[in-house]
Ligand binder design. Structure first.
Ligand SMILES: Nc1nc2c(ncn2[C@@H]2O[C@H](COP(=O)(O)OP(=O)(O)OP(=O)(O)O)[C@@H](O)[C@H]2O)c(=O)[nH]1
Ligand SMILES: [Mg+2]
Length: 447
């Protein structure tokens, strides 16, 4: 294959791999069949062997020799480089002028600028990594928390691809059985009993279900766990919101009914990213605007993964608020600086004013979110993965039904092929039109 994602793959490409700007060093990446040849023309010493590095001067041969910079050159031999191609990395001083001149010299010597994600695209096309690993590279670079980094690293190590392969092997084994049965239909040879077939299908189904279950958790890690702060008016919800977010985002006021629109802001607790929602105080009386605010508050609490239900020492204890899911509520009693009544153990006494109890509240929020279920090696992380695996699951369920009802082998084989195709889409063995463009468009240049 010579072109993919709009790129000509036989070209040798070059780009800065470090972010633009001034710094200690900048790294330029060169990859392709001409990588060594191009760089050796610009380096004043012999290039090191693959896997080695060498200090020297980067030079430009014009009218007289210009020294562009003193650099360290690292060589990688195919297929043991990031891209799987012959590759060279040049570490220059972190000067935008040096980088611009060095890149110009590389382009003049026979490379072209790499497009966004083109190094990773080549790694995929050269089968160094599968598509889920390529996506993990982008996720790792974009990760905003330890958990998101962990998820991206697990995916980068190829856990999803290996699990997909195990599942595909089960499906392919069964498909072979069905196809054999079709070939020997006259001989009436039964090669696998329905019980054996069901067992193979169930192994495959277990695998896909594990992947789908992990998805929800990993999506939370990527996008932030939604936490709604709810409760009666004037108990200090907006004050708590501001305290958790770490800045004065919401208006705090002694008059009840201050908050009407929902405010949202991210906050990180113990490495998990949360998305906090401040909502209108829940009350039965009030004008139309307030009622609309309350409707939205209840809706936000419904949609959130967690809610912190706040009451306060100076307001009458609320009756249970209909419409809020109790099991996902963390209950806090605010303003204990005004006096601290005895509370049951499921209520966390806090004072936003003095800061008392806030650490305990934060650890409850963290504990409630950090599910006991640790995301496994095979956790999928993107909508694209979820859709492909869901399709595989649907097809496997239909095949399961087919086996139970002794449907013709051809019908079952058809479902199994559909399931296999869906698994191949997950890993990129089967490529849908435009998919690579879409995935690699998210990458930065130099990755
Ligand atoms: N004494 C004391 N007052 C507090 C505390 N937290 C908040 N308040 C005060 O309680 C009043 C209401 O605070 P808000 O944060 O606006 O309360 P709210 O729940 O968002 O109110 P609504 O948006 O009207 O529903 C303000 O005057 C705050 O200063 C606290 O821990 N102790
Ligand atoms: Mg408020």
């Amino acid at each position: 294959m010579n072109s993919a994602g709009g790129y000509c793959l036989s070209d040798t490409i070059a780009a800065e791999a470090t972010p633009r700007g001034r710094g200690g060093i900048s790294v330029l990446r060169v990859s392709g069949t001409q990588a060594r040849k191009v760089v050796s023309a610009l380096f004043d010493r012999a290039l090191p062997e693959p896997g080695q590095h060498r200090f020297g001067r980067l030079i430009r041969d014009g009218n007289g020799v210009d020294v562009l910079d003193e650099v360290v050159v690292t060589c990688f031999g195919a297929p043991h480089s990031y891209t799987g191609e012959e590759a060279v990395e040049i570490s220059t001083h972190g000067s935008p002028v040096v980088v611009a001149e060095a890149l110009d010299a590389l382009y003049a010597a026979g490379t072209r600028p790499a497009g966004p994600g083109e190094f990773t695209l080549r790694a995929f096309l050269n089968e160094r990594i599968d598509l889920t690993q390529a996506e993990a590279v982008a996720d790792l670079v974009a990760a905003g928390s330890r958990e998101a980094v962990g998820q991206a690293l697990r995916q980068l190590r190829g856990g999803v691809g290996r699990a997909a392969e195990r599942i595909s092997n089960h499906i392919a084994g069964l498909l072979t059985q069905c196809e054999l049965e079709l070939d020997f239909v006259e001989d009436d040879v039964e090669l696998a009993s329905p019980v054996q077939k069901t067992a193979m299908l169930e192994s495959a189904l277990d695998g896909v279900e594990g992947m789908l279950n992990g998805y929800r958790l990993s999506r939370r890690l990527r996008e932030g766990v939604k936490v709604a702060i709810t409760g009666p008016p004037n108990v200090g919800k907006s004050s708590l919101f501001n305290a958790l977010v770490g800045e004065e985002r919401a208006i705090v006021h002694p008059v009840p009914g201050t908050t009407r629109d929902i405010l949202r802001a991210p906050c990180v607790i113990g490495g998990i990213t949360f998305e906090l929602f401040d909502t209108a105080g829940l009350t039965v009386s009030g004008d139309d605007v307030e009622s609309e605010g309350i409707r939205r508050a209840v809706e936000a609490a419904r949609q959130a993964e967690l809610s912190i239900f706040v009451t306060s020492v100076d307001t009458p204890p609320p009756e249970k608020w209909n419409g809020l899911k109790d099991n996902r509520n963390i209950r806090a009693l605010n303003k204990i600086d005004l006096g601290s009544p005895a509370v049951t153990s499921d209520v966390i006494p806090i004072s936003v004013r003095t800061g008392e109890g806030l650490d305990r509240l934060k650890s409850s929020v963290y504990d409630a979110a950090a599910s006991s279920e640790i995301p496994g090696e095979a956790t999928i992380s993107r909508e694209r993965h979820y859709l492909a695996v869901s399709r595989a699951r649907e097809a496997l369920l239909r095949a399961h039904e087919g086996v139970s009802n002794e449907f013709p082998a051809e019908m079952i084989a058809e479902e199994l092929r559909e399931a296999l195709g869906a698994m191949d889409e997950l890993t990129g063995k089967r490529r849908l039109e435009g998919l690579l463009d879409e995935i690699f468009a998210d990458f930065c240049i130099g990755k």
